[in-house]
Design a protein around this ligand. Sequence first.
Ligand code: ATP
Ligand code: MG
Length: 239
Amino acid sequence: MTELLRIHSLSLSADHKKILDGLDLTIAEQEIHALLGTNGCGKSTLAFVIMGCEGYLPATGTIVFGNRVINDLKIHERARLGITLAWQEPARFEGISIANYLSLGSPSADPARYLQRVGLTPDEYLPRMVDKTLSGGQRKRIELASVLALKPKLAILDEPDSGIDMLSMNEIAAVIEAFKAEGAAVLLITHREEMALVSDRASQLCGGRIVFSGTPSNVARHYKARTCIVCDGNECGNG
Ligand SMILES: Nc1ncnc2c1ncn2[C@@H]1O[C@H](COP(=O)(O)OP(=O)(O)OP(=O)(O)O)[C@@H](O)[C@H]1O
Ligand SMILES: [Mg+2]
C-alpha cells in the first residue's frame, strides 16, 4: 500500500478558538477513507487546510502529499498535484451546457464517461444547460462528475449526502465506486455513521484531532457508543 497523504500534528485556531489540535491522518493511494464527526467538529476546516484554501494556514503540522511537503503550496499548485475538493456548498454555475461544464477543468476529458459513472445518461444530459431545471440531486451528481473529470489523485468529498435533495446511500456508494474505478483516493466527510460503511477505512474526529481510526464498522460503532477519549461522548457521540 503506497501512502498518498500524511498529515502530522496539524493545529489551527480561528478567533482564539482551537479548531484542529494535533491532528494525524494517513490515506493510502486509492483508499476510500471516511471522516466521521458531528456538526461543527472541524471536518470542513480540515478539508480547506488540505486543499490550501486562503485563510486556512495551520499553526503547526506538516501535510505530505506523495512524498512532498505541500504546506507552502497554493491551492492551484495543490490542484495540479491532484488534490480536489467537492465543497459542502458547491458553487452555483449557471448558463453553461453540462458538456462544457464538465470540460472546464480538463478540456481533454470525456464528459460522457463521467456522467455515466454518476448514473446520468449522456445523451440526455450533455446538451442540457446547468440551470434551475435540474434537481438538487442531479446537480450534485454533475458536481461529482466534474470532480471525477479532473482525474484527482485525492478527492475530498465534503458531505456528498447533504442538501435538500440528498443522494441515497446506494447512490453515494455508486459514486464512491466510480472514484475507485478511476483510481482516486477519497476522503469522504460525513456525520452519518452509516455512510462510513462504504469506505475501506475510517477515522473519527473530535476535539480537533482523530480520536479513533480503524475499520468502518469499528469506527461507526465507536462513534455511536459515546466512548470518545476526548469528550467522553458528550460532544461527538450521536447514539
Ligand atoms: N473562519 C472561521 N472563523 C472562526 N471560526 C470558524 C471559522 N471556520 C470555522 N469556524 C468554527 O470552527 C468549528 C468547525 O467548523 P467546520 O465548518 O469545520 O465544522 P464541520 O465539522 O464541517 O461542521 P458541519 O458538520 O456542520 O459541516 C465551528 O465551531 C465553526 O464555527
Ligand atoms: Mg462541514
